[in-house]
Design a protein around this ligand. Structure first.
Ligand code: AMP
Length: 443
């Protein structure tokens, strides 16, 4: 199937072809005709599937088709709500790019930056507004945004907006919109809360779902490297240096952890920057730009900051710490292997995280290959400590007679084993006390 057969106008087809897309992705094939028909839509799709073009292209066309000459300021006719500033900025870039041959105007508003330039832009009039919910309400409060003429509403990454506690803001925004409108809701998951939100909002929506990343990420090679928590940073520097990685996105569980790791990597001579919610928008934008341009090799991010990041041909994603929520693993590794490229996702897993690993493997319905890096085999005498408040309890103490978190797990993997004391029957990294050696150790 080609883009030409989807019913898009010549200006949009030109922009798409200049972007270099040869054929629509599955979500685009399904969504574009439905949106052009004016249907409400619930799309089960994550970032990386091409969903942005899936809603932006027909949205632009519908605005063109319903455009009429009017006096005075143009009203906002399409509103796209996103959970994060980064995603808002990226969606707006897409709106500008796909709409470059159309006479439509657009703006993006999000918090963390001065409101005044945004106000001035809005006051001049825009057809399409991309916004995060909180800042949008600020504009409504200050009368720089009027939502009473919205024809098309898009809720992008609705599940994440709810996870981030935006439901009240979203409900306030919804109350300001006309009853009669077209609504498109995209979400990676359809929890009861999402269904509740959709029920009150949409009229017999078309349902489309494309394969989730956890089943489509075949292009992403996944591996875990068992290692002691205290040696993770050292292992990461070793992997980056020895394999000469030029661009690697690293995930930590906490903002503090992201800052600390980025500083430590700097001390190891590896250029790095951290990106998370406590950084100013300017710092986040700069870090991302430097990372994309190759000026810095490592971007250390928390889950929320990285949500929606679209980095072309990102080859490596590292989970410095596993996420507390298994679904976040799928989002994280989805940063690589995008748009047909190969990608590699590796996780540095310490004994405290074996339970999290098990949750992830249950979600993705497969066991991830384990590979102990020579010289970094975990010490089997270290027992699992609970991970509290997103962080593992400090320091790792050697406790006696504590039940291992996951006996035998690594011994089932082809490279299982440990160097130091492989025959300890109580080691969580071991299987029934069999002495095993990793492939690299044995070599
Ligand atoms: P999205 O899921 O919207 O974040 O898009 C993921 C990536 O796929 C982005 O880098 C898009 O530029 C790219 N993309 C979107 N549509 C296509 C297409 N039809 N062919 C190739 N790449 C695409």
């Amino acid at each position: 199937m080609s883009f030409d057969s989807l019913g898009l106008n010549a200006e949009l087809l030109r922009a798409v072809s200049e972007k270099g897309y040869s054929k629509p992705t599955p979500i685009q094939q399904q969504a574009i005709p439905l949106v052009l028909e004016g249907r409400d839509l619930m799309g089960g799709a994550q970032t990386g599937t091409g969903k942005t073009a899936g809603f932006t292209l027909p949205l632009l066309q519908r605005l063109m088709d319903s455009d009429k000459p009017r006096k005075g300021r143009r009203p906002i006719r399409a509103l796209v709500l996103t959970p994060t500033r980064e995603l808002a900025a990226q969606v707006h870039e897409s709106v500008q790019m796909y709409g470059r041959y159309l006479p439509l105007k657009s703006a993006v508003v999000f918090g963390g930056v001065s409101i005044n330039p945004q106000k001035q832009k809005l006051i001049r009039g825009v057809d399409i507004l991309v916004a995060t919910p909180g800042r949008l309400l600020d504009h409504v409060g200050q009368r720089s945004a009027d939502l009473s003429n919205i024809d098309i509403l898009v809720l992008d990454e609705a599940d994440r907006m709810l996870d981030m506690g935006f439901i009240h803001d979203i409900r306030k925004v919804l109350a300001l919109l006309p009853k009669q409108k077209q609504t498109l809701l995209f979400s990676a998951t359809f929890s009861d809360d999402i269904k509740k939100l959709a029920n009150g909002l949409m009229h017999s929506p078309a349902l489309i779902e494309v394969a989730q990343r956890n089943t489509t990420a075949e292009r992403v090679t996944q591996v875990i490297h068992p290692v002691d928590k205290s040696r993770k940073r050292e292992l990461l520097s070793f992997l980056i240096g020895s394999q000469n990685w030029k661009q690697v996105l690293v995930f930590t569980r906490t903002k503090h952890g992201a800052n600390r790791l980025s500083e430590q990597l700097g001390k190891d001579g590896i250029t790095a920057a951290a990106i998370h919610g406590n950084k100013s928008q300017g710092a986040r934008t700069r870090a991302l730009a430097e990372f994309k341009s190759g000026k810095i090799r490592v971007l250390v991010a928390t889950d929320i900051a990285a949500r929606g990041l679209d980095i072309d041909q990102l080859p490596h994603v590292v989970n410095f710490e596993l996420p507390n929520v298994a679904e976040d693993y799928v989002h994280r590794i989805g940063r690589t292997g995008r748009a047909g490229n190969e990608g590699e996702a590796m996780s540095l897993v310490c004994v405290d995280e074996l339970k999290l690993l098990k949750d992830i493997e249950r979600l993705i319905k497969r066991e991830i290959t384990s590979d102990i890096i020579d010289g970094f085999a975990p010490d089997p005498s270290i027992k699992a400590q609970p991970i509290k408040n997103g962080r593992s309890a400090q320091p790792q103490r050697k406790k006696k007679n504590k039940k291992p978190a996951r006996p035998g797990k690594y011994a089932r993997n082809r490279n299982a084993g440990n160097q130091k004391d492989g025959n300890r029957a109580d080691s969580p990294w071991n299987n029934n006390g069999d002495r095993q050696r990793s492939r690299r150790d044995a070599a």
